[in-house]
Structure formats: C-alpha cells, structure tokens
Design a binder for this molecule. Structure first.
Ligand SMILES: [Mg+2]
Length: 387
C-alpha cells in the first residue's frame, strides 16, 4: 500500500469591518478590539483557529487569524462574524459613531462575504521560513492596491528580483476581478503587461484579487475585493481593503513589496468616500484619519508564520525612510484639497451615484429648460445623475 503524504497547509485569514469608531470615522475604540479579541481567544481555545492578532487601521477593526481549515471556512468566518457582532455591541453601548455600520445582515449564513466585512485569505504549505506582509488601508477602496501590486509583481524598476532572481524571472499571474460584472480573468506578466494595465487602470471596477507565481502556481498575494456600496446598493462607507503578500525565497523581498508604496498614488475614498487623495503609508500609531477624514492611509504589518502561529508583528512603515513619501502625500493632499467640491478631487459621476449626491441633484431635475442648441452625435452621454 502506498501512502501519499500531503503536506499540512496553513491558512491566513484577514477579515475586517467598520463596526463603529471614536470621534466620527476616526479610530477604533480599544474596548471594541478587546471584545473581538475575547471571541478569537475562545475560538483559539476550541481549536477553530491556531493564532490571531487583533488590530485596527483607522476606523476599521482588523482580525488577522491563522488556522488549518482552508479559505472560506464557515467556522472561521462565523468566528469573525461573532467577533464583529460582540464589538458592535460594545460600540453601541459606548455610543460610538456608525456603530454596526458594516454588518449589513442580521444573521450569519455560512460566509461573511456579501454580509459587509471584507476578506483576504490564502492557504499554502509553509516554507521553512514564511514571511508575510499584511496591508490594511483606511478611507479607500480595493482597487487602491492595483498600482502597488502591479509594481511589486510586474515592474522590474520596482522589483529587482524579477530581473536577477531565477525564481522570479518567469513572472507572475494576475487574477483580475470585475466588481460590477462578477467575473474574473487570469493574465500573465510579463507577456500581457499592456492588457493587464488596460484593465487595472480602472481601479473602481477591475481589482487585482490574487497573484500567483507562474512557474508553479503558488499563491503570492490576495486582496479583499468586496465593494460595500455595490452590495448594499447605497452609500454605507468606503470598502477599506486588506491584502496579504508572501515575501522572500521565490517571492519579492519585503523591501521590494514596501518599495511600491513609496509613491503616494491617488486613490478614491477620503471624505465621505467621494474624493481622490494620496495613499499615505503610515505606522500603526498614525493609522488615524483626521484631515478631511484622511488622507487615505495604509499600514503594513510584517509577520513570520510558523506551524500556523503568527510571529510578530513588525510595524513596517514605522520608518523614517518613508518620511519623504509622507511629506509628498501631505503636499498632494494640500493641492487636491484646494479643488474643494470640484473634480478631479471629488469623484466622477459614476462613483457618485452611490453617495447622497443624487438626492441633491433630484431637486434640480425640474428646473432644467429644454434647449437643443445643436445635435449631439458623439458617444452616448451619461445623464443618470439627472434622470
Ligand atoms: Mg474605514
């Protein structure tokens, strides 16, 4: 009789929700984190999860969990759901702002996807040393990771290993999810670089969901793609995303992964989820959005995973090497703010449809007077906001 020994796999699940925050949409209250941590501690003692770390990025409560149950495990998702419910209970008791905001459903039904929380999970056989980086952003949307992840896994000017490391030289595959149509496509880098960019340059619609190493299909990165407004059909806050990226030994180095965030690119989000602003990499203690509820920011925590235990974290953007990035972000924030309610600081009409702007425009609808000064033959004009 022949035994095929399957190597045990470890899963990391990062699940987050905004369940209410202190002083507006500012920062998670420590008592809500404690309530969530209690639920995870119980789940750990029952063997549902192996390890956990509870933290926050601005007003988002973040649950980082490791276990052996694979992605989309109902038990792990239910644990996260219960943790958010308990935290929301405390948020309500304390009268925190928007208590329970992201919990769109009354009851759990097998998976937190579609119920409000965002999820990034991956399962793999641990390497002897398994470094990972968990990214958590506030006041922005999942597509905010498109540009940096493209740089990490496809741009040799960012990632030296793509050129000089034989293990990275074959490139990576990008799974790109269309959040409007609910479809995805897998594309190869470097062969299809331009086609990949043609899609992910529209980050409000096409989101990098997973990245795989091409030579052996090994998972390299995963991003939460939940768009809260699309799920709820109305504005309920921004879909502040999380991502997990594996590093070193066959993947980009930690420094190559962080390097992609040294440019504070413009992302959608910020005040009322309705403005473009720079994504500012910050330390955990600076993950609290103040100026105009922003500017949008991202935290990076580095861990080692050993036998499904979380070793760490290290607060990776807590480094003066990112001071100039932050200074540039401040300057861009100032420049963008001067536009006030004008595009391109304010988002375009398609994105504004999910906000409260249509209610304002509705009032003006009857005041428009017909005046055909010329025939419009060009591309179909989008007028939904005024219909
Ligand atoms: Mg948030």
């Amino acid at each position: 009789m022949k035994f095929v020994s399957e190597k045990p796999k470890t899963t990391i699940s990062v699940i987050k929700a905004d369940i209410g925050s202190l002083a507006g949409h500012h920062v998670v209250h420590p008592d809500t984190m404690a309530a969530a941590a209690k639920v995870l501690a119980e789940a750990k003692s029952k063997g549902i999860i192996v390890d956990y770390y509870v933290t926050h990025a601005g007003d988002d409560l973040e649950l980082i969990m490791t276990h052996k149950k694979g992605v989309d495990s109902p038990e792990v998702h239910e644990t996260a759901w219960n943790a958010f419910k308990e935290a929301a209970k405390v948020a309500k008791e304390l009268g925190l702002y928007a208590a329970g905001q992201d919990l769109l459903a009354e009851a759990f039904s097998g998976n937190v996807r579609g119920l409000g929380p965002s999820v990034a999970e991956m399962e793999f056989v641990e390497r002897p040393s398994e470094p990972i980086v968990v990214f958590m952003a506030d006041k922005t949307e999942p597509g905010a990771f498109n540009l940096p992840l493209f740089r990490v896994f496809a741009d040799p000017f960012n990632t030296a290993g793509l050129v000089i490391d034989p293990k990275l030289h074959d490139g990576f595959k990008f799974e790109i999810y269309d959040v409007m149509a609910g479809k995805y496509v897998v594309m190869n880098a470097p062969e299809e670089l331009y086609d990949i960019l043609a899609l992910i340059g529209t980050p409000g619609r096409f989101v990098i969901r997973r990245v795989y190493r091409k030579s052996d299909n090994e998972i390299a990165a995963v991003v939460s793609v939940e768009r809260l407004n699309l799920i709820a059909g109305r504005y309920v806050g921004k879909d502040d995303p999380v991502a997990v990226v594996r590093a070193q030994s066959g993947f980009p180095a930690v420094g190559e992964i962080l390097e992609a965030f040294a440019f504070p690119h413009l992302v959608a989000g910020w005040m009322r989820g309705s403005h473009f602003g720079p994504l500012m990499p910050v330390s955990q203690r600076h993950a609290r959005c103040t100026r105009f509820d922003g500017p949008p920011r991202v935290v990076a925590l580095g861990f080692q995973i050993k036998n499904a235990r979380l070793i760490g974290p290290s607060d990776l953007f807590d480094d003066p090497a990112f001071d100039e990035t932050r200074r540039l972000a401040q300057m861009i924030a100032e420049y963008m703010r001067r536009h006030g309610p004008f595009m391109p600081h304010r988002l375009g009409p398609e994105e504004m449809e999910y906000t409260t702007l249509p209610e304002v425009l509705q009032k003006l609808q009857n005041r428009f007077v017909e005046a055909k000064l010329y025939e419009v033959k060009g591309p179909k004009v989008k007028t939904e906001l005024l219909e």
